[in-house]
Design a protein around this ligand. Structure first.
Ligand code: FMN
Length: 249
């Protein structure tokens, strides 16, 4: 097997070979929006203040307790807890003068190409279905319902059953053009790294509210995109993580 070409993706060679004078940003094309706008008729659902939901644990305890959890209690999450998980993963830290926002996870060049979708099974105050997070408003928009959502999501996750047994499953897409606008071919490694930061924040935040999660990198790309009804030419799933209350034995 010759892995050399694929390994190169992880090196800095692609960036070094990129002609940054020819990127869309350098050519003066407009900056892509920092988050997808709600569709016509989608009314933002404000997320509540989450302060008070965290266990009082130091970061070292959260790191030490973090592990992949694939079995969950059948308990609903509070909307405050979901609000906290969304804040921790993609919440906005600061608005910049340049029309961009800094979020609670780092991103190469602050290009922030990720969108957060949720398959909500059991969250107090939300009907089951697919939602999307609006980081700037700290709100959700309802996207659609999925028939037999548990089995559809399990199918999209290659029959890993915990995907559909969670209280809520996070599905992150990328809109790669947000990053390509500045970094062209050098975008793909950093988009993958960006997603890793977000999921690690989810692991730690979930641990802080007695929940567990497990990163899912093995999924059916076509089925996952179809589950979210995204146009795969513009936007596609890169990472998935179910969340539910931990089972204590
Ligand atoms: C990029 C990535 C993809 C992963 N994909 C899956 C997956 O598809 N299914 C799964 O059960 N676990 C998956 N995991 C979880 C790993 O198996 C887990 O992190 C590893 O076994 C170490 O265990 P720990 O997280 O409890 O420390 C993934 C983890 C990462 C970081």
């Amino acid at each position: 097997m010759n892995y050399q070409k694929d390994r190169d993706f992880l090196t800095d060679h692609v960036r070094q070979q990129t002609d940054f004078s020819r990127t869309d940003q350098s050519l003066g094309l407009p900056m892509p929006p920092v988050q997808k706008a709600p569709k016509e008729g989608q009314k933002p659902i404000s997320l509540p203040d989450w302060h008070g939901v965290e266990k009082d644990l130091p970061l070292s305890a959260l790191i030490a307790a973090r592990k992949s959890v694939r079995k969950y209690r059948n308990t609903a999450l509070l909307l405050e807890e979901l609000s906290y998980l969304l804040w921790a993963t993609q919440g906005v830290r600061q608005t910049t003068g340049a029309g961009t926002v800094l979020r609670n996870a780092p991103s190469a060049g602050n290009r922030q190409s990720l969108e957060t979708y949720l398959a909500v099974f059991r969250v107090q105050g939300l009907e089951p279905g697919v939602y999307r997070y609006l980081p700037i408003e700290h709100a959700l928009v309802f996207e659609h319902t999925v028939e037999n959502m548990e089995s559809a999501l399990n199918h999209a996750c290659l029959e890993q059953p915990f995907a559909g047994q969670a209280a809520v499953t996070f599905l992150w897409t990328t809109l790669p053009y947000r990053t390509e606008w500045r970094y062209a071919d050098a975008s793909y490694k950093v988009i993958a790294v960006d997603a890793g930061h977000v999921c690690q924040n989810l692991y730690l935040a979930a641990t802080a509210i007695d929940c567990g999660t497990c990163a899912i990198g093995a999924y059916n790309q076509t089925a996952a995109n179809a589950f979210l009804q995204v146009d795969p030419d513009e936007e596609f799933v890169v990472y998935i993580a179910p969340v539910g209350k931990k089972i204590h034995v």
